[in-house]
Design a protein. Sequence first.
Length: 578
Amino acid sequence: MRQDNLLTRCSRLALLACGALLIQAQLVLAAAIIEGERMHPVQGTRGMVVTSHFLATQSAQEVLKRGGNAIDAAVTAAFSLAVTQPRSGNIGGGGFMLISSEKKDEVVAIDYREKAPAKAYTEMFLDQDGHADNQLSRFSHQSAGVPGTVAGLALALEKYGTITLQEAMAPAIKLAEEGFIVTPRFSEGLKAKQKRLQQWDSSRKLFYKADGSFYEPGDLFVQQDLAATLKRISAQGPREFYTGRTAELLVAEMERHGGMITMEDMKNYQPAIRTPIHGSYRGYDIYSMSPPSSGGTHVVQILNILEGYPIADYGHNSARTIHLMAEAMKRAYADRSLYLGDEDFVQIPLKGLTSKAYAASLRETLNQEQATPSKTILPGTPVGYESNETTHFSITDQYGNAVSTTYTINFSYGSGIAVEGAGFLLNNEMDDFSAKPGSPNGYGLIGGKANKIEPNKRMLSSMSPTIVKDKGKNFLVTGSPGGSRIITTTLQVIMNVIDHGLNIQSAVAAPRVHHQWLPDEIRIEEGISPDTIAKLQQMGHAVQQKSSMGAIQSIMVKDGVMYGGADPRRSTGQAMGL
Ligand code: DON
């Protein structure tokens, strides 16, 4: 009896042990499945749209559904963002667009960056003591450059699109006229910036209720003045913005408040078609924005330096990898401070900066175990001169086109000043010039003569819309907002995919690091381990955890499938496939 009991107990124990093993095996299997799939990118085979606002994504996806191409969808998205995301979507700012056509085997860049007005001059933001006056360069009517967005989008559509401007603007007009439901992010943004925006009557009327209270999540937000402006442009074409009623409203706003933009400046604004920067990384072709952006030059320069190291073996976000990235970044940002500006005004040694040989010479100066203090790093001497809140979105279509575009009014809500009667905000892009050599701009970037203020010049940018091609096929479409962090954010998504084999959603979400030479610190996001931080500190780096960096809306195309990764750093971002 006792023996029976013992047996029964033994078999029960065995059963329990088997059960535990089974559960454990199931858990391991589940972990493997989760591990195998990692994060889910959105998938499509006929098109993909990734923007930072779901209403813009939807407008653009409708265009693709009706057979439109990626350029049609991009212009539609840009106008929709100008309505639904006024902190960065705009018609009062400027930007860059890269367009890749597999059929033509061509990548072109449209430069619709703002320009300094003709009356602008080098010392315009210096006070009596010769110090840079940040208030004037960031939050006054003088901080605005001549806007390029409307002309740039219209040019893209006319040259590379298939639908009319009216068709591309229709969803935006509807969203402005009928309104849309306020999201928590929309409401929070306007609450956070109320001091800046409410000092101007025009902005207060636009973004706050008549009794001064806030738009709350769930409220309907209607923009009648903006709808009227968009309707005028849609009916009369892009020149309306530059010579018609809209231009008159903008110039009247300038005249009332000491701004510099004249009707002549508006009339003279022209976007430009430029050759993108072209480099390579581990066999992939990298196309990114040329001057007046510094973005493409330094993305390629940093990749060239890092290509000399077995980054995949060193591992994703390991101390060694981050150390090498930071050292490469420092050297590139030091060069940026000296050489980069508007190529229509200054000569830039672009060939040298983006050459493998120059990268190899910079690697020689780099200690693999120890940080080089930024104060000992000076801009290098590349050889080879040759006659440069924001939002990014990426789109691919079924015809082999890819569009990567970043546009901006600079800070969140730009200068904070809305054009009375026209319903849109003025940019404060003039702050991207170097107001005084050595004096940092709003992103802590130092500049010199190459980026000094001159009439009709484009201010230097960091925006880096990028398209990576694999054997002639569009492979990666990416780019980000984030001021000085744009270059390093874009760089890391490229590395996360090429070096570390992450899928596009994981590549976009992974914690990021940043070094911009000055200040001499590695800025990190949350999610880098304390052990890694400790190792970096031992190597001589100052490490600072700050708020998240960028919002990189990206697409990866592989074996005919388009994978979209919206950046989780933007609550309203959305990827939609066809
Ligand atoms: O062109 C530039 O580099 C800056 N005006 C971009 C500003 C920006 O990304 C703001 N967004 N976070």
